[in-house]
Write a protein that binds this ligand. Structure first.
Ligand code: G4P
Length: 524
């Protein structure tokens, strides 16, 4: 198959949701359709089970298992589908943000009873930053929930995107009868059975009296609802979806395998194939002949005797080939990979080539960092991998002066993996670790000891946010740095950061230095 055809048939996306909305269940059902698994329950998805925060080893173990399912590739109707799994646990939110840089589109799962929840809102922010097209799947329609019109309003308001329902539920909860599939003009009737495929009846005229025979008294209501849907929402326009201006909405029940195939069929029709990717120097088109890609995720081996890791590479252009020399742009060195792996639902296998949209795993002994670019020789740098201000901060203190080299190396490598962020104060060189969740502090301490033989303690520091700041006004920058010298630090890339200790202080700084841009996020 020609390169162009291989690219055009690829769909690389992520399913995201607030924990418990049904992401894992939906993923599994999609894999069933792809024939990637035979029975439900075969996939241990990247779901981190609810565990006490102190039980971080259990969580790390589960994360270890989930490496194999980090990417789930399968074939469906001639399309090659790559689902990138994301951890639902909020302490690993940064992992998810980075994964979103490697996808071309996203499916957001919303629980019909709960509506849009916090984590979903944050994830949508990342999608918005990158103009990633999204489809919304409203799940758990077999349960009582919010009125679908109100829910659509909620999605528009909370996710700040216009919606366009492409299916509409016929009742919900105990009375749920199914959906009218607006996209395919068919009636999908619900049978509450997790393994059975939905009954679908082609039905392009909802005024046909047959509808009353099939769904009885609900017929009138669905006619009214659909009239309202057509009246309220503009006609579905695929370009608006691709430009991330409008999100199609589907209703269903992942657990009951209802509405999933309809979602998948529409998805492969409308979702984008691999898109151009931004490098600092230029936009790279997937159809370019020469291979290029970037590393968006690094996963450590949980076995302390093997400090090796898997680096996940997103292929952006050309064909990646096994045993071929590629330039690691930042290091200016060539590497070749003898065991690149592709991930299928149940297994990992060595591949000879990979195409744009594919994700490959390469064996890493500490050479790679998140954001690194690989090419056939061109010196381009992919960009746009976000880091957000951490929520929690602690000073890290060396507990064993004989092991400071090990500590620094360990910290460096763990930060390269994206476990947490490290800031170093300009005025005294003290190091602060910033994380999204409390869990990471324990993970770092444990891994430093077991993998690097270094031990550390933490000391409290009260900080509100880490703010990256830039300005063309050199006088203001110099004055600000002088006045706030105790709060100025560098991140691990050497960028200036203001470690604000309260919202008030930050506001003050913003008022006093109008030419300085303060941001809660930075991009690699
Ligand atoms: P997540 O990955 O987004 O965190 O959610 P997950 O799929 O694990 O689903 C969370 C819970 O919601 C699970 O129940 C799952 O069975 C249930 N669920 C998913 N889809 C539906 C649906 O369409 N209808 C209903 N009624 N429930 C649904 P659990 O009891 O937490 O876990 P489990 O013991 O069933 O695995």
């Amino acid at each position: 198959m020609a390169l162009k055809d291989e690219i055009n048939r690829r769909r690389t996306f992520a399913i995201v949701s607030h924990p418990d909305a049904g992401k894992t269940t939906l993923t599994e059902k999609l894999l069933l359709y792809g024939g990637a698994i035979r029975v439900a329950g075969a996939v241990k998805s990247n779901k981190i089970k609810k565990t006490a925060t102190s039980d971080f080893m259990e969580i790390e173990r589960q994360r270890g298992i989930s490496v194999a399912t980090s990417v789930m590739g399968f074939e469906y109707n001639g399309k090659k589908i790559n689902i990138l799994d994301t951890p639902g646990h909020k302490d690993f939110a940064e992992d998810t943000y980075r994964t979103l840089t490697a996808v071309d589109s996203v499916i957001i799962v919303v629980d019909t009873a709960k509506g849009v929840e916090t984590q979903t809102r944050k994830l949508m922010e990342v999608c918005r930053m990158r103009n990633t097209p999204v489809i919304v799947f409203v799940n758990k329609m077999d349960r009582e929930g919010i009125d679908p019109f109100d829910l659509c309003d909620d999605i528009e308001k909370e996710l700040k995107i216009n919606v366009r329902p492409l299916s509409w539920p016929i009742n919900q909860g105990a009375k749920f009868k199914g959906v009218y599939n607006i996209y395919e003009k068919s009636l999908n009737l619900f049978t509450p059975n997790s393994q059975e495929i939905t009954e679908t009846i082609a039905f392009d005229d909802i005024n046909n009296p047959e509808l009353d025979e099939i769904i009885g008294e609900d017929a009138e209501k669905i006619r009214e609802d659909l009239e309202l849907v057509e009246g309220v929402y503009p006609e579905f326009d695929i370009d608006s979806y691709l430009k991330a201006e409008v999100a199609p909405v589907f209703f269903g029940s992942a657990l009951n395998n209802f509405g999933v195939q309809e979602l998948l069929n529409c998805f492969i029709d409308i979702a984008p194939s691999p898109l151009p990717v931004k490098a600092i120097e230029r936009d790279v088109v997937p159809y370019e002949e020469k291979f290029s890609g970037f590393i968006f995720k690094i996963h450590a081996n949980m076995d302390p005797n093997h400090r090796d890791r898997i680096a996940f590479v997103k292929v952006c252009s050309g064909i990646f080939k096994r045993n071929t020399n590629y330039l690691h742009v930042k290091l200016g060195k060539k590497f070749k990979f003898s065991t690149p792996t592709a991930f299928m639902a149940e297994k990992k296998s060595i591949i000879d080539e990979a195409f744009p949209g594919d994700i490959i795993g390469i064996h890493d002994t500490g050479t790679f960092k998140i954001g690194d670019t690989l090419t056939e020789g061109e010196k381009i740098h992919y960009t746009g991998i976000p880091s957000f201000s951490p929520e929690l901060f602690k000073y890290v203190v060396n507990a064993d002066p004989m092991k400071s080299k090990q500590l620094n190396k360990g910290l460096d490598q763990l930060m390269d993996e994206g476990v947490a962020q490290l800031f170093t104060f300009d005025f005294n060189g003290r190091k602060v670790i910033g994380t999204v969740g409390a869990l990471q502090f324990e993970v770092i301490q444990y891994r430093l000891l077991h993998e690097y033989g270094a031990s550390c303690n933490y000391e409290g520091i009260s900080l509100y946010k880490a703010c990256w700041f830039t300005s063309d006004n050199k006088t203001q920058i110099a004055d600000f740095k002088k006045r706030k010298y105790q709060y100025i630090a560098k991140d691990k890339h050497g960028k200036d950061v203001f470690m604000a200790d309260s919202a008030y202080i930050l506001q003050n700084a913003q008022d006093n230095y109008p030419d300085i841009k303060f941001e809660f996020k930075t991009e690699m």
